[in-house]
Design a protein around this ligand. Sequence first.
Ligand SMILES: C[S@@+](CC[C@H](N)C(=O)[O-])C[C@H]1O[C@@H](n2cnc3c(N)ncnc32)[C@H](O)[C@@H]1O
Length: 284
Amino acid sequence: MAAMTAMPQHDDLTTRAYYDKLGDAEWHRLTRDLPGRVSFEVHRRFLSRFVQPGQRVLEVGAGPGRFTTELAALGARIVVTDFSPVQLELNRDYVGNTPAEESVESRELLDVRDTSRYADGEFDLVVVYGGPLSYAFERTDEALKGLLRITATDGGVVASVMSMLGTWRHHLASVVDLAAQVGEDANDAVIRTGDLRHIGAEHACQMFRAREVEQLVVRCGGRVITASASNWASLGNPAALEQLESDPERWRRFLEHEVSACAEPGALDGGTHLLFAARSVKAG
Ligand SMILES: C[S@@+](CC[C@H](N)C(=O)[O-])C[C@H]1O[C@@H](n2cnc3c(N)ncnc32)[C@H](O)[C@@H]1O
């Protein structure tokens, strides 16, 4: 039988305070190191498969705007939202003085768990990149049902959440150190449930296995159209990867291989994030 551990307190304000405090560092997350740059490229290419010029898109948890800029370049009209006032303001700072700003319809504070202010089917696409659904915890089903409700029948939800198995593999050394501090029972609970609240981390989130994403989408009345890991071959071997990145032609080829490897069913659990596109079953 699995050992029981008491769940440390984590109220709704903890994640918001984390992102308010993180501030500008979030802008650099997808550029400062090689796994981040590959993750950005995988997310960017995945998104481009679902966006058509002229579509009206709700961006949830937009942060400082890496994907706001991408959506604008793809010709979307964007309602930019986040539940952190600091991140929303950073979005205004980073996107506001660029041509992408013309594609921004509005900026609103929004918690992914409550999209009741929007009408059924009012968006062609909803983009939830970088984990808002990983911070919804007990209200994850309610959140995803809401996102599917506000999406047009021929549209969809494009999301990424934190990956349990890929994160564990990539951060094994830190996990081993942390388990020694918080206890092996708490560590077991995290690996079993994906819920980082078991270790009382400041940055607590829900990590998912690929099969749990599939189950979540089905429970919420949707179906997964396609999925991808965020990284497959790009989380280790920094020297080899730096060598590749320094040669544009070899890097281009590597990224092609990496993006298709990430979409293999056997790779889905291998990255730090899991990307998926889902559509309401009612949409057919
Ligand atoms: C890791 S950042 C991702 C930013 C951007 N989407 C990207 O992928 O680069 C996560 C963002 O989600 C926001 N967020 C976290 N929980 C949320 C919630 N419950 N509702 C809406 N946004 C949330 C945070 O404030 C933060 O800006």
